[in-house]
Ligand binder design. Structure first.
Ligand SMILES: [Zn+2]
Length: 358
């Protein structure tokens, strides 16, 4: 039995998303969610997933989605972010099937001030629901962790009611993840609030589980977005076990790990920290910073190695009349970035035990 016995290849929606995460939890592995900003980065991720036989999560952030539509497009009223996320979803829908891997098409952190982006995507989901019987996206993430706990949960519940009508998955965040991402800067938050309490996690579970079982929680355990000098904040993935145990106790379902947990700010964490997180019911880990860097590495090395072939269209160290087209063709140098990014995605899959799973 493998993942393809549980869910089909291509973009998953409705209960298939939950079936995939249930399978991951049962088999004790997690799926990396790779931030993508272009068809090139999407393809690099799908290539990696196919090569090591893994299901995968592709996500676009609000900024990444706008970039997908083109940096030259005005993002007034979140227009570029809405259009770009939809474009990304269409690309992934078409291509993922060809690669033969199950994909969760997800959108990343949406803070309160970005809700018009969320609304725009949900409207498109509802349109798709009418014409195709499923939403366009597998899942969306609402990050209202900067608001009060009460407002965070209430607003998540309000949106989740709407999403549940389409069987759609919601990822929410409670507690504060440090660092900086898409303009939300938490670098100065004090350490105590970087660890979410089990009671708070269960409050989320209590409210959302009445609406639908299709949700996950990103609880803070000292996570930081992006890579910083180590030692500033200590990661404590063992705290996630407390959330599961508390929920089990409240629900009287011992040993079942009722919560689907998500690991944010995973870049730069140790293999041991990742293992502990997965053991405690983490089914998804966000990977952005490390794959961004990996995408650069292949291109950077190519430019350095082939510098003499990239100064003019014609003329290189082999002769003044030698053409350089086969060096400056973007299919050559962008491809080098795709290869190194793809390798980094494979590494993330290996860290999470997500290899040979199809
Ligand atoms: Zn987060």
């Amino acid at each position: 039995m493998g993942v393809l016995d549980v869910v089909p290849a291509g973009v998953l929606t409705g209960d298939n998303v939950r079936k995939l995460f249930e399978w991951a939890k049962k088999e004790k592995f997690a799926i990396p969610a790779i931030n993508c900003t272009s068809s090139s980065t999407v393809n690099a991720v799908l290539e990696a997933a196919r090569d090591i036989k893994s299901p995968i999560i592709i996500q676009v952030s609000q900024g990444g989605a706008a970039y997908f539509a083109g940096k030259g497009l005005d993002n007034k009223n979140q227009n570029a972010s809405i259009v770009g996320a939809i474009a990304a979803a269409h690309h992934v829908r078409l291509v993922a099937k060809a690669y033969g891997v199950p994909v969760v098409m997800h959108t990343d952190h949406c803070a309160k001030k970005l809700l018009p982006w969320f609304d725009g995507m949900l409207e498109e989901d509802e349109r798709w629901m009418k014409s195709h019987g499923e939403p366009l996206f597998s899942s969306h993430m609402l990050d209202l962790s900067e608001e009060s706990k009460e407002e965070n949960i209430a607003l998540c519940a309000k949106y989740f009611e709407r999403m549940a009508k389409m069987g759609q998955w919601l990822e929410m965040e409670i507690g504060i993840t440090g660092g900086e991402e898409d303009g939300v800067n938490n670098e100065d938050v004090d350490n105590a609030s970087l660890y979410t309490q089990p009671e708070d996690v269960f409050d989320v579970y209590k409210t959302l589980s009445k609406i639908s079982p299709n949700f996950s929680i990103a609880a803070a355990f000292g996570n930081v977005h992006g890579v910083y000098k180590p030692g500033n904040v200590k990661l404590h993935p063992e705290l996630l076990q407390k959330h599961q145990l508390y929920a089990e106790e409240q629900l009287n379902v011992k040993g079942t790990k009722p919560l689907f947990l998500v690991f944010h700010g995973g870049s730069g964490s140790t293999k041991e920290e990742i293992e502990t997180a997965v053991r405690n019911g983490v089914v998804k880990m966000n990977v952005d910073t490390d794959t961004q860097y990996a995408y650069l590495v292949g291109m950077r090395d190519f430019f350095q190695k082939k510098a003499g072939y990239l100064q003019t269209q014609v003329g290189n160290p082999e002769g003044a009349d030698k053409p350089n087209k086969k060096y400056y063709d973007p299919r050559v140098w962008v491809r080098e970035g795709e290869k190194t990014m793809s390798d980094r995605v494979k590494e993330a899959c290996r860290d999470l035990g997500n290899v040979d799973r199809l």
